[in-house]
Design a protein around this ligand. Structure first.
Ligand code: GLC
Length: 782
């Protein structure tokens, strides 16, 4: 069953009924300010850090779900009936209430019609500002004059999200609001910081206000039937303790067919008086529309870097719009704040953020550069790393994972290929103790750390976990090792050797190549199990993931990474890919391993705690599926690469939303595997490394356009039935208009490459420096 459709011309997903299986959300804000926004206006906002600068409160795990939010109530002052511009929280009968929600790029529009009144509310964050706009247009569709009142619901969070949810003996006594300048000011703790306040303002005269939640909602009531709205008047009281609130009443009279608009601005500010500039700006007619146009331009400019026209409409929707959009969202917020992560503590992840840059570097390389500096700054001088850090303080947290530091090598290599900024390797970046070293040395330390810290069979130690957070192999001996990390090491050492070569560090070139060769040998000699690679060795040296294992016989991570890293070659690589398909592929995607664990295995840890088929216990963990796509494409198997892509592509699953549940425009972290009764049901949408890796798989491996140090590689691997496709790729300021023709119906292979009309050898278009447009014609063939 469908709940909506893609409107690609407008770059919107249109939700046609409000009662989606789960809230289908969007992210407002492109930089420092973030708003999570559901299709019925649920959600919350924060400034920079979801943990410490939370602006709006949200009740996770609440019944009814998805409360509260950015609500605007409309009240007919004659009939005294009232409803909401976003269906929730009054939930009027859908036979009488018309609804449509358009999630666009960093904005959401919700249309409603009830009792002859049409409303359209647009929510967005202007580029470069720390505030969100709610603009409502209200139209009288009847032939009689109407007297309405609008009421707003703004439940301020007491800044510290965890404390706000727990410590009531303290926090019921700190809340404070003030009303001035036609705005409700949220002043909690302002007396201490003399900064950090929020405001909620309207461009139309406020008729009455509520600064305390209890006064607005009333005792034993809810967001669904607030007393103020029922009575048609707020109490004009302010908070001194209790729950600070922004309830504003605006009266609107409409002649027959007349339309009026009201603008509200919710914002964060750290300098008293600055907010008045915002009020002045949005008091001017046309200011909101101008800010919306600027946002559209911002996105046009970002997406413009990679636009494809292919025979497949789903790949067009995902690659050109939604996948790139999700990549920026994961880049901005890592895993910190979604509808599945309450944003109380996680901050930016080391391994996660490194991977997120792989899907975003082409959009705004300079942002990736500074992110990589932040990330490298929480590395220990000995090369290992903190697992995450706070976006506000930049301080690292948690440690002991075997893989974190290795992702930095790949991310820096990727950034330099994108930007050409080889000097980045010489940038002095601190370690977490404040001592500084060149970025290149950070990478050397990372490789050296895994080289020196080996356990069974000379493979790198897994520590608490590798990429798979729940495969916990470290025991009293501290000897558990991961085949996936070993493969990552091989790739990382080869990438570092390449960086050494390109940056003139001649002595290092062979050093790192030899390390890679040696580790590859260890893997191929000790970790091959006849038809696939093993996954790990536990603390006692027992192999994990072999044909002899009772459960968890074959795993996806080590088998895909063996190919991505070049450890598996030729027939062995093909055998590995065939084993993945035969044992792990299902109609909803590739599961993490088979069979699922049905018993707890202390030597493997948390992976065996989840019910079979959920999360790391053999779900379709979407992040890993693109690794198989890339591996298939590397081996030239275009049908399989594309089939894997299509199987988990959200757009391709729009018609089965009643099974899939999560948003059809973004990837989810996991889909229940075949061992679970809800096979096919997804969870944890939006903030997942799936976004970056699927973009890499589709754009660089299937469509095959990927930057190298000295040119743009064109290496498509597509289904045979594709007669061709085109890509506009803006790379280092130069526009490459690439047309690919496939007259012989091959999967892979470039027979001829013409750049600006001239045939050139190989499959790499040169790195021009002229900021101009160039045509690239590619003829696929043997
Ligand atoms: C989550 C984590 C990520 C980890 C993955 C697999 O998505 O954010 O770091 O690699 O789970 O356990």
């Amino acid at each position: 069953m469908k709940y909506g459709y893609f409107d690609d011309a407008n770059r919107e997903y249109v939700i046609t009924r409000p009662d989606t299986p789960l809230p289908w959300i969007n992210y407002l804000g492109v930089d420092v300010y973030c708003g999570l926004m559901s299709n019925t206006a649920g959600g919350y906002s924060f400034y920079r850090d979801a943990a410490q600068r939370r602006l709006l409160r949200y009740r996770y795990n609440n019944v009814p779900s998805d409360r509260p939010g950015r609500y605007i109530y409309l009240r007919d002052n004659k009939t005294e009936d009232y409803w909401s511009a976003s269906w929730q929280p009054t939930n009027k009968d859908l036979k009488k209430y018309k609804y449509e929600c358009r999630h666009g790029l960093s904005y959401t529009k919700i249309k409603a019609e009830y009792a002859g009144i049409e409303s359209e509310t647009s929510y967005f964050v202007p580029v470069g500002e720390a505030n969100e706009i709610w603009r409502i247009k209200v139209k009288n569709k009847t032939n009689r004059p109407r007297k309405l009142s609008l009421f707003t619901y703004v439940e301020f969070c007491l800044w510290d999200a965890m404390n706000d949810m727990t410590d009531y003996q303290y926090n019921l006594n700190i809340g404070k609001t003030e009303f001035k300048n036609n705005a409700m000011y949220h002043m909690t703790l302002y007396n201490m910081h003399k900064s950090n306040f929020a405001y909620f303002w309207s461009d139309k005269k406020v008729a009455s206000y509520d600064g305390v939640r209890q006064d607005f909602v009333g005792p034993y009531r809810s967001e669904g039937n607030p007393i103020a709205v029922e009575k048609g008047k707020c109490s004009n009281k302010l908070a001194v303790g209790w729950a600070p609130f922004g309830g504003l009443q605006i009266n609107v009279s409409l002649k027959p067919k007349e339309e009026k608009e009201v603008t509200f601005v919710l914002g964060y500010c750290d300098s008293m008086g600055e907010e008045e500039k915002i009020f002045a700006k949005y008091s001017k007619k046309g200011a909101v529309d101008a800010a919306m146009q600027e946002l559209a331009k911002y996105w046009e400019n970002n997406l413009n870097k990679y636009q494809a026209k292919t025979p497949d409409k789903n790949i067009n929707s995902m690659v050109n719009i939604w996948n790139q959009y999700q990549c920026m969202t994961t880049f901005n917020w890592s895993r910190s704040a979604s509808y599945y992560e309450a944003g109380g503590e996680r901050g930016m992840g080391f391994r996660d953020s490194n991977q997120d840059t792989l899907g975003f570097a082409h959009q705004i390389p300079s942002k990736v550069r500074s992110r990589l500096v932040d990330i490298a700054s929480v590395q220990f001088p000995e090369g290992r790393a903190h697992h995450g850090y706070s976006p506000l303080t930049k301080k690292g947290s948690r440690e002991g994972y075997g893989d974190d530091h290795l992702w930095l090598v790949q991310a820096v290599h990727n950034y330099i290929r994108e930007s050409g900024d080889m000097n980045f390797l010489n940038e002095h970046v601190p370690f977490n103790d404040g001592t500084k070293a060149k970025m290149y040395e950070h990478l050397q330390k990372a490789i050296q750390y895994s080289w020196d810290n080996v356990g069974w069979n000379g493979l790198p130690k897994a520590g608490f976990a590798d990429w798979n957070d729940c495969l916990n192999l470290s025991g009293p001996k501290g000897m558990g090792v991961s085949v996936m990390i070993a493969c990552q090491f091989v790739l990382g050492a080869n990438l570092l050797s390449e960086l050494a070569e390109k940056s003139g560090r001649v002595l290092d070139v062979d050093k790192y190549k030899e390390m890679a060769v040696e580790m590859k040998k260890r893997i191929n000699e000790k970790c091959w199990d006849c038809e696939w690679y093993m996954r790990a060795f536990d603390d006692n040296g027992n192999a994990v993931g072999t044909s002899k294992s009772k459960e968890g016989k074959i795993w996806l991570e080590s088998n895909t990474w063996a190919i991505l890293s070049g450890v598996a070659e030729g027939d062995r690589a093909i055998t590995t890919l065939n084993s993945i398909k035969k044992n792990l592929y299902t109609k909803y995607g590739i599961v993490l391993f088979q069979p699922a664990f049905t018993e707890y295995h202390p030597e493997l840890g948390y992976v065996s705690v989840f019910p079979a088929g959920l999360k790391e216990n053999a779900a379709i963990f979407c992040h890993t599926n693109p690794w198989a796509m890339c591996a298939e494409a590397m081996m030239g198997r275009g049908e399989q690469a594309f089939e894997y892509w299509e199987t988990i592509a959200p757009a391709a699953n729009n018609d089965i939303s009643q099974i899939h549940w999560t948003e059809p425009y973004v990837y989810s972290q996991m889909i229940a595997g075949r061992d679970h009764k809800d096979f096919g049901q997804a969870k944890n949408s939006w903030l997942t490394g799936t976004a970056a890796w699927n973009f890499v798989a589709a754009s660089q491996y299937i469509l095959g356009i990927r930057p190298d140090f000295d040119g743009l590689v064109i290496d498509p691997c597509v289904p045979k039935k594709w007669k061709g496709f085109s890509v506009k790729r803006v790379w280092r300021g130069v526009t490459y208009n690439i047309t690919v023709k496939n007259p012989d119906g091959v999967n892979k292979g470039v027979a001829e490459l013409k750049v600006d009309g001239k045939i050139i050898a190989g499959n790499k278009a040169p790195a021009f420096k002229d900021n101009k447009e160039h045509s690239v014609e590619v003829l696929m063939g043997k």
